[in-house]
Design a protein around this ligand. Sequence first.
Ligand code: PAF
Length: 285
Amino acid sequence: MNSLALPLPIVRTVSALRERMEPWRAAGERIGLVPTMGALHEGHLSLTRLLRARGCDRVVATIFVNPAQFAPHEDLARYPRDEAGDAALLTAAGVDLLFAPTTQEMYPPAFSTKVTIEGVSAPLEGEARPHFFGGVATVVAKLLIQAAPDEAAFGEKDYQQLQVIRRMAIDLDLPVIIVPAPTVREADGLAMSSRNKYLSPQARMQAAALPKVLEACVAAARGGADLADAAAAGQAELEAAGFAPVDYLTFRDADTLGPPQPGRPMRLFAAAWLGPVRLIDNFAV
Ligand code: PAF
């Protein structure tokens, strides 16, 4: 484990990453990977601790704001970036190595490959942001191949992303365990997200309605309410709390993200806008 006294080693090329990791692999150490886009918060740090608690001897974090998962009209240019602050947090969390490649390193000029995951990518975020999962799958496939970790952790806050990555790892026979991590929430229940920084003080207060409404919908579903009615009531409550538009609020099968099936695990998903900020959240039913 990286000592608190030592600065976190940062590598920016795939060859330097592999060179740093080589002795760990040769020594038979178990390696965990935490892919991120930076602007780190407690949710990301919980992923590093989870991997350590699962027995990873080494934890590598990556920071790469991946242009391939942003549409032209989205917030790539103003996505929050603070590598020095992030490195300090990762150092304190005991992370061993930070891989922070340039765009040129990840996508050199002749780069032409795109990883597409069908099925689970299609609904919800796939409808709202059609470019998104292709970009995520491509960069995560690259990171998993570059670092070749034993385990990689992803938060359940982005539950559909987690399912897409699980599907990809299975379909491509990637020799990695994909570890799901519970959503970390603020005191008022709002799921931690790098994009929460964009909320105005007023919107930040309104945002707490999202998890509360979803929890009420989950309670209604558990109590036997009709799912469509519970979802419609939840959507109306979000709109009354100032969310506009609500992109979706819907119960889905927890594995396929298709319509719920009797006797199978189910989850509630929502995406909604508060001014210019789009928030997503989900809960198990
Ligand atoms: O969840 C994120 O931060 C990103 O989508 C990920 C998985 C790091 C890929 O860029």
